[in-house]
Design a binder for this molecule. Sequence first.
Ligand code: NAP
Length: 302
Amino acid sequence: MSIFIPDSETKLYGLLGKTLSHSISPSLHNNGFRDLGLNAVYLMLETKEKNLEEYIDSLKMIGFSGWNVTIPYKESIIPYLNGFSSLARASGAVNTVLNRRGRLTGYNTDVIGFQRQLEESGINVKDKRAVVIGAGGAARAVIAALIQLSLADITIINRTVENAEELAKLFREENSEQNFDFCSLEEQEYAEVLKAADLVVDTTPVGMYSNNIKNKVVINPEYLHEDQLVIDLVYNPLKTEILKEAEKRGAQIGNGLPTLIYQAEASFKLWTKEMPPKKKWYQIAEEAVEIIEQKELEAEEE
Ligand code: NAP
């Protein structure tokens, strides 16, 4: 095996976010670069919200060729960019930046990732009803993908109902073919709409490793049933509590791993114009999740 020696020509990429300890993206991209013999590295780029503008200036100055964007910067990065892809514009969120000689263009490959995951599920979602739980960056990407796939009816359920309302209003203004509705996380408000949904997508971090939300379900799972596809965008753990509850009730389930792989693949292709080995990326991602799980268990025992 030949060793990788970075030099002054090494292209720099990374993941820009606030707290990145559990990200799998560096494992995927760095292995992709090595497999294809590319002179590039992918780093963790952690910064506080108050330093975001300065940090982006530094990335430009150092000459980063591009980066992914994660919680909580997918929307707040927008003022610092010079142009947008149509999907970034449609979703109002950016998860990938390409730096062309100091000019930053924002893309949203989460939209592509989620759309491909749904297409692969084998379910025809055209004219169906969806419930999206959450109203952050991931929800925007999911809704933009659902619009591309011509879903008829989309209801956004969110803890802060004003954020759901704002999102529903925004998408309603741009898309006349779909119905957009919203409600709070109060059970009496969402019970009927959840029962009537063909597709339920949880875009909140509830159920994810870290903090104290691991064993929680964001909605009362009583309303999930066998005629539904339930997707949780979280992938660590691979089967969150909401997916366990949905499976118990006979629903088809999916975790966030396919979306993660497909969005990473699309970002990789944007930056390098090359396709990474997707099959190997699944193996790497699953191994990385196992390592995260192990670390979490060890931390709990301490
Ligand atoms: P975000 O912009 O911070 O939005 C988070 C959303 O979840 C907000 O609507 C927030 O509600 C809600 N929320 C947060 N904590 C909650 C809680 N304890 N109870 C109820 N609702 C809660 O984050 P994001 O970028 O959308 O990402 C959300 C999740 O999706 C993360 O876990 C991320 O890892 C995952 N994700 C996965 C992929 C993938 O490729 N699989 C891609 C993107 C994101 P409020 O409005 O009330 O604050």
